[in-house]
Structure formats: C-alpha cells, structure tokens
Design a protein around this ligand. Structure first.
Ligand code: NAD
Ligand code: TYD
Length: 340
C-alpha cells in the first residue's frame, strides 16, 4: 500500500515544529512533509535529529504563492493537510496587520483551493480561541464551539476570517475539514517573543520582565505536546465539518505566570516591570474542551508539571533561544525592550 502523505504547514515554527517531530516519531508509515517559508518565526535547527529520517521531508515555500502551492499539490498528491502556518503574534499584528491578512487569510485560501483540486482526504485547520473574543472574569464562563466569533485584534480577526473560509469550503465544495481552536500553548521551542519564553529568558539574564497593564488578564495554558495529541486525534477521529476546542483548564493571571517562573528560577520579583497595556488587550480566555474529550483526548500536563518541564528545557537548551534572540535582536528585541 502507498505510504500516506501528510502536509504540515508551518512545521518550522513552535507548535507545527513540535507536531512534525511528534508525527515523524509516532507514524513511520506516513510521509511527513513540512512546508514553511522560514519567516522570523521559523527555524530548522530544531529538526536536526529528524532531518535524515526517510519519512521526513522539507519544502521551503510561501502558502500564499498560488502557483508554487498548486504545482506542489499536483505533484505530491497529499492525503492530509494540517495547517499551522500563520503570523501568530498579537503585538506584531497591532503594528503591522497587512502581513497577517496575506498569510493567514490569502495563504489559507490558496491551500484550500489546492486541497479541493487534488481531492485530499482531510484538511485540519489549526485556529485559536482568540477568534471568540474575550470573556469577563466570571470563572464559570467558558468558550464553547457555539460561542459567536468576535475577534478583537488584527491577529484574531485574520484567524477568524480563515476559519470562515475553511467552513465555506466544507459547505460549498464538500472539502472534508476540521477546525481546532486552542488556548495559549507553551513548551519547548516557543519563540521568545511570547510571554512564557520571554519571561524565562529575561529572568535567566536578570533583565526586567514587562507585564502589560495590571497583569490581571487571564490566559488558559496548554502544554504543546497535549495540543499535538489533540490534533492527532482530530486528524484521525474528527467528524467531518466539526470544530473542536482544545484546552486543559489551566487558567492563570499573567502576573501569576510571571511570579511562578521567577520563583522556580530563584530570582527576585523586583524583576517585574509593569508597562503600558496592549491596545485592545483581551481580558480573559478559558476553554470548555468537553467535545474533544468525547473523542478520547485528555491533557497529560497540569500547569505545575508543564511549567517545570518547560523551564528545565530552556535551561538545557540555552544555545537554541540565545541564537534566536541574537538573530532577531536588531529587528525586534532591541526596539521592543531597550526602554525597560
Ligand atoms: P509560530 O509563529 O511559532 O510559527 C509559524 C510558522 O509559520 C513559522 O515557522 C513561519 O515561518 C511559518 N510561516 C509564516 N508565514 C508563512 C507563509 N506565508 N508560508 C509558509 N510558512 C509561513 O506560530 P505557532 O505559535 O507555532 O502557531 C501555529 C498555529 O497555531 C498558528 O496558526 C496559530 O494561529 C495557532 N495557535 C497558536 C497558539 C499559541 O499559543 N501559540 C494557540 C492557538 C492557536
Ligand atoms: P502572548 O504570549 O503574546 O499570547 P496572546 O497574546 O496570544 O495571549 O501574551 C500572553 C499574555 O501575556 C497576554 O495577556 C499579553 C501578556 N504579555 C505581557 O504582559 N507582557 C509581554 O511582554 C507579552 C509578550 C505578553
């Protein structure tokens, strides 16, 4: 029997990268094709240990480059597409929204066309809980799959737009799809512009940690490996056309997250610096994952075990994140943090 081919877009990034490694190890019977443009967020050094495996392949391409993508799909005849590639950072979407529309909306539409034309078996679109907007601080309220889409940032608006395109290709062309909407991920290979890896790297270097506003905004944290397992289940068991929320009931205020990291690393809370709030800063995210749990998924990490594992990983892999920060220093980190 011919080997099944899975195209993973954005497989040089944080979650896509973890997913590629998870799939290459777990399914030697599948060919895993990592397609990535290698933007500032992409990095292939993380795949050194799998790049010689015969079930791993890399293609450098822009998902919004229609001609290249259509030609690739015609040639490879993929069975499945798992779509992670995106511009993913809310702060960058506030200063430069255009590229978010180009990659997240136009790029998704190109992939949908190519998937439809080559009649793939399933398109899994990896989205975010941020498409639902924000919750208030009532701890009994959660996002469900029926919560109306009310994105507040240019990032979440571009993701919501791509979700609607995916939905429409299922309704109009009967393209088999699933959409997953996950809460905030953390874990190995997280790009150090995001709260958790930023805090770990700055605390380790005795630099101030910027906390937006009063630090009371709440995020619902999920270890990236639990997210990978969820997507594996949706890919294989998800009911055609359905949306699945992914989250593990790990709500924390940003201040709690930062203080936990500082405590584990044995440093002083004097490193915390309250700075100007993010524009349109969503108050609270919290996921109800009941529908996904019915497919047999449950998280393996609590926040306490996950954050301890993650901090240890950053201690053991200093070379990786230091090289990323130095590569992007002039483009980003210097401008962003020289004033604190
Ligand atoms: P990331 O920024 O770490 O990685 C994105 C990857 O996509 C990079 O490797 C980048 O090079 C690639 N890419 C960007 N533009 C491209 C293009 N035009 N063509 C091809 N490749 C391109 O992002 P992440 O945190 O790993 O997020 C992956 C997906 O998961 C995104 O779709 C994001 O919206 C979603 N998501 C993320 C989180 C989170 O907490 N990080 C939570 C929920 C959902
Ligand atoms: P982030 O990691 O950017 O993820 P998202 O915006 O997708 O939730 O931010 C997580 C939370 O941390 C969010 O409420 C914004 C806040 N934050 C800070 O307080 N300081 C920072 O330097 C960053 C990057 C984020």
């Amino acid at each position: 029997m011919a080997r099944k081919k899975i195209l993973v877009t954005g497989g040089a990034g944080f979650i896509g990268g973890n997913f590629v490694q998870y799939m290459v190890d777990k399914y030697p019977q599948y060919g895993i094709y990592n397609l990535d443009l290698l933007t500032y967020a992409g990095d292939l050094t993380k795949h050194k240990h799998i790049e010689t495996k015969e079930n791993y392949h890399f293609v450098k391409a822009d998902i919004a480059d229609r001609e290249t993508i259509l030609t690739l799909f015609e040639k490879e005849k993929f069975d499945y597409v798992v779509h992670f590639a995106a511009e993913s950072h809310v702060d960058r979407s506030i200063t430069d929204p255009g590229v978010f529309v180009q990659t997240n909306v136009v790029g998704t539409q190109v992939l949908l066309d190519a998937s439809r034309m080559t009649e793939i078996t399933k398109f899994v679109h990896v989205s975010t809980d941020e498409v639902y907007g924000e919750l208030d601080f009532d701890p009994n309220t959660f996002f469900t799959e029926d919560t109306p889409l009310q994105p507040n940032s240019p990032y979440s608006a571009s993701k919501a737009s791509s979700d609607l395109l995916v939905r429409s290709y299922n309704e109009t062309y009967r393209l088999p799809v699933n959409i997953t909407r996950c809460s905030n991920n953390y874990g190995p290979y997280h790009f150090p512009e995001k709260l958790i890896p930023l805090t770990i790297s700055r605390v380790l270097n005795d630099q101030k940690v910027p906390v937006y506003g009063d630090g009371k905004n709440i995020r619902d944290w999920l270890h990236v490996i639990d997210h990978c397992a969820a997507i594996d289940i949706v890919l294989h068991e998800g009911i055609n056309g359905e949306v699945y929320n992914v989250g593990g009931h790990n709500e924390r205020t940003n201040l709690e997250v930062v203080k936990t990291i500082i405590k584990i690393l044995g440093k002083s809370e004097n490193l915390i610096e309250f700075v100007k709030d993010r524009l349109g800063h969503d108050k609270r995210y919290a996921i109800d994952p009941t529908k996904l749990e019915k497919l047999g998924w449950k998280p393996t990490y609590t926040f306490d075990t996950g954050i301890a594992q993650t901090i240890q990983w950053y201690l053991d892999n200093k070379e990786w994140w230091e090289s990323i920060i130095s590569r992007e220093y002039q483009n980003y980190f210097e401008k962003q943090y020289s004033s604190i």
